[in-house]
Write a protein of this length. Structure first.
Length: 81
């Protein structure tokens, strides 16, 4: 299951971050994912490139090691095949 986050950036433009995986607090990756999301939101908020849509899943693919990424998105990878 994924969620989406919408907010206005420092210039007042609407920004959407999609494909945020939902994890329970008891999941071992919950803290890591929360920190990565906070870093990504700060990066998007300060970005001057006025994009409207960002994918958190694509960001995670660039910063996580493959076994961790595969563990988080295993079901969605199977469904895309």
């Amino acid at each position: 299951m994924f969620k989406c986050l919408e907010f206005k950036d420092c210039f007042g433009h609407k920004v959407t971050i999609s494909e945020i995986p939902v994890l329970l607090p008891s999941d071992p990756n919950f803290f890591m994912l929360t920190v990565r999301l906070e870093v990504f939101v700060k990066k998007v908020f300060a970005n001057k490139d006025h994009k409207e849509n960002y994918s958190f899943k694509h960001y995670l693919a660039s910063v996580l090691k493959w076994p961790v990424y595969n563990k988080l998105f295993f079901e969605s990878l199977l469904n895309n095949a």
